[in-house]
Design a protein around this ligand. Structure first.
Ligand SMILES: Nc1nc(=O)c2c([nH]1)NC[C@@H]1CN(c3ccc(C(=O)N[C@@H](CCC(=O)O)C(=O)O)cc3)C=[N+]21
Ligand SMILES: [Mg+2]
Length: 298
């Protein structure tokens, strides 16, 4: 068996961002529109700060306007909702992202429900969830699943019809929308989770395996069908023997790459694609709000 293809998410994301930058330039030149993305960050979680910093930087590099709203962790739910309502009304803002998780005293469901669906570039609002589930082109598609789909389509030359896809994990932000997207691509989709019997056997049937559980290196090479495409969504910070921390995925990369046909690394796989898709969604949102023909995303 020849070596697996290591899918370079960083390079892929750079490509997507270059395309987005061109679209932004066209919007400015021909429509006098500069897309704007508002990112709301509550609290001081260091990992969240890194992600938000990257989002802001890349938004600006693509020529879009970035608006950042940092709030103390003791902000009330009502104050946060009021901030979101204001962004809904702000014509400079085409996309709104409220960084999750939120502090315990704030209902994430309520905050997501408060975001205008057409500005919901995360695709977390139930309107967008419903549009995705019914196969509508009007859905805002969650960024991580969208990035995974783009890499899978690229690997398979555009068509996923009839592939057996197994999604490991059933979260609202990755597992469920990933399953819906793959079903819309005419895959045969199975979602497995912590209560699944014989999870290993289910995974071994997969042509496409998407791992999104948040358990470091849980998926071993015996779980993999030879030649399968393995997409690793996990970003787990673990401590090494020397006390330093490193990032690992949900897949035991070194052993799985000996069996599979293609695999995304962590870091440098799904993560950068998530941000690139956020930027692409912001352009899509701006086009829809200004009734401009929108660019195709994949
Ligand atoms: N409303 C909301 N939307 C999100 O999309 C969202 C969120 N909340 N909360 C947090 C998670 C996490 N997330 C990541 C995005 C990029 C990388 C990324 O680029 N990771 C780099 C490594 C970064 C590092 O070194 O820590 C990589 O995988 O190569 C990681 C994680 C978006 N999230
Ligand atoms: Mg909460």
């Amino acid at each position: 068996m020849s070596d697996a293809k290591i899918i370079d998410g960083k390079a892929f994301a750079q490509n997507v961002r270059a395309r987005v930058a061109k679209q932004v330039q066209d919007l400015k030149d021909y429509n006098n529109v500069t897309p704007g993305l508002a990112v709301v960050l509550v609290g001081e979680d260091p990992a969240s700060q890194v992600y938000v910093r990257n989002k802001v930087k890349q938004t600006e590099e693509c020529g879009m306007k970035s608006l950042e709203y940092r709030r103390d962790p003791d902000i009330s739910e009502q104050e946060l909702l009021t901030l979101v309502y204001g962004l809904n009304e702000n014509p400079e803002v085409n996309g709104i992202l409220v960084q999750l998780p939120l502090p315990d005293h704030i209902s994430e469901d309520k905050v997501i429900a408060a975001i205008a669906p057409e500005k919901d570039v995360d695709g977390f609002h139930v309107i967008n969830t419903g549009l995705l589930a019914t196969g509508s082109e009007d859905a805002m598609v969650p960024c991580t699943p969208l990035g995974c789909l783009m890499m899978l389509k690229d690997f398979y030359g555009g068509d996923l019809t009839g592939k057996r896809a197994v999604v490991v994990g059933r979260s609202n932000i990755v597992g469920k929308p990933m399953g819906a997207l793959l079903l819309n691509e005419s895959c045969t989709v199975t979602t497995v989770h912590s209560r699944t019997q014989d999870i290993e056997e289910e995974c071994r049937r997969a042509d496409i395996l998407v791992a999104a559980v948040g358990r470091p290196e849980m998926i071993k090479k015996e779980w993999i069908k030879p030649g399968a495409a393995v997409i690793d969504v996990g970003i787990n910070r673990i401590e090494k023997e020397d006390g330093k921390t490193k990032l690992v995925g949900d897949v035991a990369f070194d052993e799985v790459k000996e069996v599979c046909g293609a695999i995304t690394p962590v870091p440098g796989g799904v993560g950068p694609m998530t941000i690139a898709c956020l930027l692409a969604n912001t352009v899509t949102a701006a086009c829809r709000q200004h009734k401009i023909e929108e660019p195709k995303v994949d």
